[in-house]
Design a binder for this molecule. Structure first.
Ligand code: APR
Length: 312
């Protein structure tokens, strides 16, 4: 008998709520919104509001709120946003002390209750949190991935589209490396429907766009006092959908590297193919010497936070 897919959302805050809304609207499956016991009623309230929203928008999805991991059992996909977001002036790495025990708690429960799920981590500092979740759960690298590249590329794409005066739909970009201010927006592979972006936008403008992309998360934290949630949620849903529908989408995401790009035992943003088996492939692309240098710098920053996590 056919059954609906089950999407477990760990964290019912700003991103969690938005994830639930998009997953339901796209009818990806039933949604379970999980949060800690003091926020159980909050999660239940959001779930009920979103179910009622379905009567208007017209989607068939059960959305429930809970603080019990038993209700997450059997999830096909888990998206983890548990933890605190940034406040103005904070870097993502400043969150490590608070979010590390939270991600460990989540990872232990994933291992116990959802060992077969495809897990997408959003909590920051992303590359270190996804590393720790994989380490604690022992899940294969195909089934643990971090969401950063789709979001960073979306920001890059928007700024390029505005500058070139073309639709965002026609911009193709990728962003590699860690989800920090030294991420690598890859200009050498960036096109407007095949036309190299360097032919359309002047170098000084491109440099400014690369810089704004790198600081794109911080710009929003500065404006709102908390981190972004609409685009992060859409990004993670794109990844979840690629898995649930075996779409084989080539997306930038934080994947566990075992020698690719010259790095080992590290999660970092690289192009991956996501399909029904999870992260089915890591795609190694040619980079310029300058980009390789930037990637090395970014990897060093990621490694420094992972080292903190390993000692913690
Ligand atoms: N298990 C489950 N949920 C938890 C846990 C836990 N152990 N600890 C905290 N949470 C919940 C919080 O109660 C809160 O409801 O995680 C939720 C986080 O929601 P928000 O504070 O609204 O944060 P959000 O904007 O959704 O960002 C979450 O994603 O992008 C990153 O930097 C961001 O690390 C942050 C995370």
């Amino acid at each position: 008998m056919p059954t609906r897919k089950k999407i477990g959302l760990v964290g019912a805050g700003n991103i969690g709520g938005e994830l639930a809304r998009i997953a339901a609207e796209r009818e990806l499956g039933d949604v379970v919104l999980f949060d800690i016991p003091p926020k159980e009623n909050f999660a239940k309230g959001k779930a009920l509001d979103l179910e009622q929203n379905g009567s208007i928008v017209g989607y068939d999805a059960r959305i429930t709120g809970t603080s019990s991991w038993e209700h997450m059992a059997g999830a096909d996909v888990l998206i983890v946003t548990a933890g605190i977001p940034r406040k103005p002036g904070q870097s993502r790495d400043d969150l490590v002390a608070t979010n590390l025990p939270i991600i460990r708690d989540v990872a232990n429960n994933v291992k116990k209750h959802c060992p077969d799920a495809f897990v997408i981590v959003i909590s920051n500092p992303l590359d270190a949190m996804v590393y720790e979740l994989k380490r604690v759960t022992g899940l294969p690298r195909e089934r643990v991935v971090g969401m950063a590249g789709v979001l960073d590329a979306a920001r890059f794409q928007l700024f390029l589209a505005r500058e070139a005066g073309v639709s965002v739909k026609d911009i193709r970009t990728t962003v590699l490396g860690g989800h920090g201010d030294d991420m690598v927006p890859v200009l050498s592979h960036c096109t407007v429907n095949g036309i190299p972006v360097r032919q359309l936008i002047a170098k000084d403008k491109l440099d400014a766009i690369v810089d704004r992309t790198r600081k794109g998360g911080g710009e929003i934290v500065g404006l709102m006092g908390t981190s972004a949630f609409y685009a992060p949620a859409s990004s993670a849903v794109a990844m979840a959908e690629a898995y649930l529908k075996d779409q084989k989408r080539l997306l930038p995401a934080a994947a566990y590297l075992e020698g690719e790009y010259g790095y080992k035992d590290l999660f970092m943003g690289v192009p991956v193919v996501i399909g029904g088996k999870g992260v089915e492939r890591i795609v190694v692309i040619e980079l310029t010497e300058e980009e390789k240098g930037m990637l090395a710098k970014s990897a060093k920053s990621v490694q420094a936070v992972v080292d903190v996590v390993k000692k913690g």
